[in-house]
Design a protein around this ligand. Structure first.
Ligand SMILES: *Cc1c(COP(=O)(O)O)cnc(C)c1O
Length: 379
């Protein structure tokens, strides 16, 4: 059976874990956390980043940083992971779920303005499959209506928004970005995450909220002579053991990305014929976006066809999986939805199928999977 995902180990992880353990300082913000921070701040055009224990935590930190209260509304695509919404629900905010684009599961930018009112505080685009939302348009709306933008960049490492001023890394387009290093992502540490901050006004407060509301980070830099309780906060920083694991992965970012993108491209080329025949659609990458080999999915014509295709693949040794269920219909939220039909989000809920994509997947296996899909439609 070809699994849907298989976490890739570069070979250095255990070595760095050993080093972290031997260093004698394995709590947060040790040597490897610094190496990871430097990696992103030096190579990736992020002004400031902070590792967190997950993307969920990074999103919660973002909601705290923006002082989200029960008086506020936030705009979130319905087709996303629960954490995107939970972080704001935890602060009591009213959530306005938005539909997906007809050509892509990401937020339909053209519908954002319809739900903006005097209570709206933030827009949370999700760069689904590592493909950018239209950050030019979203930032324009944010500026016009004085809103914050938090990018859910959980799937978007090493991917870009291509705008008038060239390429900007995802996570560096809005006020802040949230990344995941969960085992299912391109670069992983089992569990892990990161917040990127693109506006200096958040730098020192983010450090404080992440360190239980204390100014401990400034204390360790010798900027204050004792540390104290100075704000609200929680424990969002990972142990240096997580960072050591992550650093081994980051050192191999280029090779990992190259391999994943070659798999993505192979699927894309192989499935052209099935799309042209009108059976399914392949992922669409808008001209303002790049893809980062995070995910390859197909969109079937209806739920029944997707179910049958998944079963056929499984019978032929291929594990393909569906993805999100529209959050506006979720048991926890349903009664709070304002009734707007979100038909595209529901269509991706029913029709999107993700195919295996992991570093060790061989191109010959990709060819086999595509042959199986072809034979499903030809039978
Ligand atoms: C994976 C993912 C998350 C959650 O990441 P964790 O690190 O597991 O908390 C949030 N949003 C999206 C879009 C994701 O894909």
């Amino acid at each position: 059976m070809i699994p849907f995902n298989k976490p890739y180990l570069t070979g250095k992880e255990a070595h760095y874990l050993y080093q972290a353990v031997l260093s004698g300082k394995i709590s947060g913000d040790g040597i490897f956390t610094k190496k990871c921070h430097d990696f992103f701040q030096n190579n990736n055009q992020f002004k400031k980043v902070l590792l967190t224990t997950s993307c969920t935590d990074a999103l919660e930190l973002a909601a705290l940083l923006l002082n989200i209260t029960p008086e506020d509304e936030v705009i979130i695509p319905s087709y996303t992971f629960v954490s995107t919404a939970n972080a704001f629900a935890l602060r009591g905010a009213k959530i306005r779920f938005l539909d997906s684009r007809p050509d892509h599961p990401g937020i339909d930018e053209s519908k954002i303005e319809e739900v903006i009112n005097e209570k709206t505080k933030a827009i949370i685009p999700v760069h689904y499959a590592g493909v950018a939302s239209d950050m030019g348009k979203i930032n324009e709306l944010a500026k016009k209506h004085n809103l914050h933008v938090v990018e859910d960049a959980a799937q978007a490492i090493d991917s870009y928004y291509v705008g008038k001023n060239g390429k900007t890394p995802l996570g560096a387009c809005g006020d802040m970005g949230c990344f995941s290093f969960h085992e299912t992502k391109n670069i992983m540490a089992g569990e892990g995450g990161m917040i990127s901050l693109n506006d200096e006004q958040y730098f020192s407060r983010a450090e404080i909220l992440r360190e239980k509301g204390t100014n401990r980070s400034a204390f360790f830099r010798g900027e204050v002579d004792k540390y104290n309780w100075v704000d609200i906060g929680s424990s969002f920083l990972p142990s240096d053991i997580i960072a050591a694991f992550l650093y081994a992965q980051l050192e191999n970012l280029e090779a990992i990305q190259e391999k994943r993108k070659s798999i993505w491209n192979r699927y894309y080329e192989n499935l052209e014929e099935v799309e042209t025949a009108g059976h399914l659609t392949r992922p669409f990458v808008p001209s303002f976006a790049t893809q980062n080999g995070h995910m390859f999915y197909v969109v079937c014509r209806n739920l029944d066809e997707r179910t049958r295709l998944a079963e056929y693949l499984k019978a032929n040794g291929v594990y393909a999986v569906f993805h999100y269920l529209s959050l506006h219909n979720a048991p926890y939220f349903k009664q709070n939805h304002d009734g707007r039909p979100l038909t595209e989000s529901d269509r991706y809920t029913d029709c999107l199928l993700r195919l295996p994509l992991f570093y060790e997947l061989e191109l010959a296996q990709v060819d086999m999977i595509c042959d199986t899909i072809r034979s499903f439609y030809n039978k």
